[in-house]
Ligand binder design. Structure first.
Ligand SMILES: Cc1cc2nc3c(=O)[nH]c(=O)nc-3n(C[C@H](O)[C@H](O)[C@H](O)COP(=O)(O)OP(=O)(O)OC[C@H]3O[C@@H](n4cnc5c(N)ncnc54)[C@H](O)[C@@H]3O)c2cc1C
Length: 447
C-alpha cells in the first residue's frame, strides 16, 4: 500500500505531524517501535515531572509549619510515587492513541527500516510512501569514560542513565551525577529532596551551561545549601564501581547517573545524500537534503526539546501542504523543573549584540510570590536589544515555567519593553514581575 506520508517515530514530533497531516486529508502511516508518545511521554518530560511533583508535595509537607500546617510523621513513599507516575503516563498515552485513531492515522508498532527509494520495511511488511518524515528522536549518550561499561560491554551495574533512574524502585542512599545540565539538575532535585546524598560533577565552570550564568549560580547556591555537593570545572577520568574519579578528586556513591547529553537516533535511516552534522540537517521548512524527506525533533540534534519538536513537525507538514510557514527559534523557552524552577526564553545578554542591556528585579517584588513561597530567593531578568526590543528573559522562581511564555509572545511580536510595560497583568500574580521589572527601571523621572 502507498501512503502520502510515512512517519518514523511516534514521539511529540511524529504524533503531532501524523495528526495534522491526516486531518488535512493525507493518508498517513506512523511507525513506532516502542510506545507512542516517545521519550517525552514515556521516559522524559512527563515521568520526570510526575515524580518531581510528588517530591514537591513531600517537601511542602515537611515545611508545613512555615505555612501554619502541622504535619507529623511525614514520610516519602517512593513506591506510591512510582505508581502515580505510571498511571499518569498511561493516561496520557491513551490520549495520544485516541488522537491517532480519531485522525485516521495508521499506526504500525514495529521498528521501521528505510528501503530507499520510496519504501519502508516494518514487522515483515513493506509500506510505500510519497513523502517521508523522520522523527526518530534521540538517546542518552554515554561518553567513553573508562569503567562506565564492563569488559563484556554491559553497563556498569552502578551506572544509570535517565531511563534507569526513572525506573528506580528505591531512592539510593547516595548518587553521583555526571553532568549538571537540565536533566542532571532535575534528578539532583528529585533525589536530594527524597533523601539521597547527591553530588554533581560538571566539566563546565557552572551548572546549566548555556543558561544565564547568574541564575545558574543562584540555583546551585540553593541546592548547595540543601546539601548537594558540586564539583565544577572538572573532567571525569574514570568510574570504578560507584566511585567517580575526576581531576583533583573523587566521589563515591551507591549509584552513578550519567546525564551528559543525548544523540540523535540515526539507525535504520540509510538514505543516499541525506546530510547529517549534529543530526539530520534541515532548512527552516524542515526539509532535508533529499527531496521529499523531512526531519523534525531531536533527530535534528538542535533544540532537543519536546515543544520545539512538535512545532517543527507542524512546519514540516505545512510545507508539504503548501501552507506558508517557517521555523523561528528566537523565542523557544527552556525550563528546569527544579524547586525553584528556572526558565528562559530568547537570548542572553552576551548574545544580544552591541548596546543590549538587562533589566533585573528580585522575584520578591511580586506580592503573590512572597505570599506563596517560604524561600523568596528569585530573580527576573529581561534582555533588551539596542532598540529597546525584548529579546530574552531569564528567571529563577516558581512558577516561572508558566509565566515565561508571556515574554516569548512579546519576543515573537517584536514588542519593546515600553509596549510590554503597558500590558495589564492580573494582580496579584507572579507574572506581574515582568511588568514590574520594566516599570522599576525604564521609568524616567518627570522634569
Ligand atoms: C529525562 C528527560 C527529561 C526531559 N524533560 C523534558 C522537558 O521537561 N521538556 C522538554 O521539552 N523536553 C524534555 N526532554 C526532551 C524531550 O523528551 C525530547 O525533546 C522529545 O521527546 C523529542 O521528541 P521527538 O519526537 O523528536 O523524539 P522522541 O520523543 O525521542 O520519540 C522518538 C520515537 O521514535 C521511535 N523510533 C526511533 N527509531 C525508530 C525506528 N527505526 N522505527 C520505529 N520507531 C522508531 C522511538 O522509539 C521513540 O518513541 C526530556 C528528555 C529526557 C530524557
Amino acid at each position: 500500500m502507498e501512503y502520502d506520508l510515512a512517519i518514523i517515530g511516534g514521539g511529540p514530533a511524529g504524533y503531532t505531524a501524523a495528526e495534522k497531516a491526516a486531518k488535512a486529508g493525507m493518508k498517513v502511516v506512523l511507525f513506532e517501535k516502542d510506545e507512542l508518545g516517545g521519550v517525552c511521554l514515556n521516559e522524559g518530560c512527563i515521568p520526570t515531572k510526575a515524580l518531581l511533583s510528588c517530591a514537591k508535595h513531600y517537601s511542602s509537607a515537611l515545611e508545613g509549619a512555615t505555612f501554619g500546617v502541622r504535619c507529623e510523621g511525614v514520610e516519602a513513599d517512593f513506591a506510591k510515587m512510582q505508581e502515580r507516575k505510571i498511571r499518569t503516563v498511561r493516561r496520557l498515552a491513551g490520549g495520544v492513541k485516541a488522537r491517532m485513531r480519531d485522525a485516521g492515522v495508521e499506526v504500525v508498532r514495529a521498528q521501521a527500516v528505510v528501503r530507499w527509494p520510496g519504501a519502508i520495511e516494518a514487522g515483515g511488511d513493506t509500506y510505500g510512501f510519497k513523502r517521508l518524515l523522520l522523527c526518530t528522536g534521540s538517546s542518552a549518550s554515554i561518553p567513553p569514560i573508562p569503567g562506565a561499561f564492563l569488559p563484556d560491554g554491559s553497563l556498569n551495574p552502578a551506572v544509570m542513565t535517565s531511563r534507569e533512574a526513572l525506573a528506580l524502585q528505591e531512592v539510593p542512599d547516595s548518587v553521583a551525577i555526571i553532568g549538571g545540565g537540565v536533566i542532571g539538575m532535575e534528578f539532583a532535585s528529585l533525589l536530594s529532596t527524597l533523601g539521597a546524598k547527591v553530588s554533581v560533577v560538571e566539566m563546565l565552570p557552572e551548572i546549566l551551561g548555556g543558561f544565564d550564568a547568574e541564575i545558574s549560580a543562584m540555583l546551585r547556591g540553593i541546592y548547595a545549601r540543601r546539601g548537594v555537593d558540586f564539583h565544577l570545572g572538572v573532567k571525569v577520568l574514570s568510574i570504578d564501581g560507584g566511585c567517580v574519579n575526576f581531576e583533583g578528586g573523587s566521589v563515591t556513591a551507591q549509584r552513578v547517573l550519567i546525564s551528559t547529553g543525548r544523540r540523535p537516533n540515526l539507525g535504520g535511516i540509510d538514505i543516499p545524500g541525506l546530510k547529517t552534522v549534529r543530526g539530520v540537517e534541515v532548512d527552516s521548512h524542515m526539509r532535508t537534503s533529499v527531496s521529499g524527506v523531512y526531519a523534525a525533533g531531536d533527530i535534528t540534534g538542535f533544540s532537543m526539546l519536546a515543544h520545539t519538536a512538535s512545532r517543527e513537525a507542524e512546519v514540516a507538514v505545512n510545507d508539504m501542504l503548501g501552507v506558508a510557514d517557517e521555523m523561528n527559534y528566537d523565542a523557544v523557552p527552556g525550563v528546569v523543573y527544579t524547586s525553584p524552577e528556572v526558565a528562559f526564553v530568547g537570548k542572553r545578554l552576551e548574545d544580544a549584540g552591541d548596546g543590549a542591556k538587562v533589566l533585573s528585579l528580585p522575584m520578591a517584588w511580586s506580592g503573590r510570590f512572597v505570599a506563596e513561597n517560604g524561600d523568596i530567593t528569585g530573580l527576573c531578568k529581561l534582555v533588551l536589544d539596542k532598540d529597546g526590543k525584548v529579546v530574552g528573559a531569564h528567571m529563577l522562581g516558581t512558577p516561572c515555567s508558566e509565566i515565561i511564555p508571556t515574554v516569548g509572545v512579546a519576543i515573537s511580536a517584536g514588542m519593546t519593553a515600553e509596549s510590554l510595560q503597558k500590558v495589564i497583568f492580573p494582580h496579584p500574580s507572579v507574572a506581574e514581575i515582568i511588568r514590574e521589572t520594566i516599570t522599576a527601571q525604564l521609568e524616567k523621572p518627570c522634569v
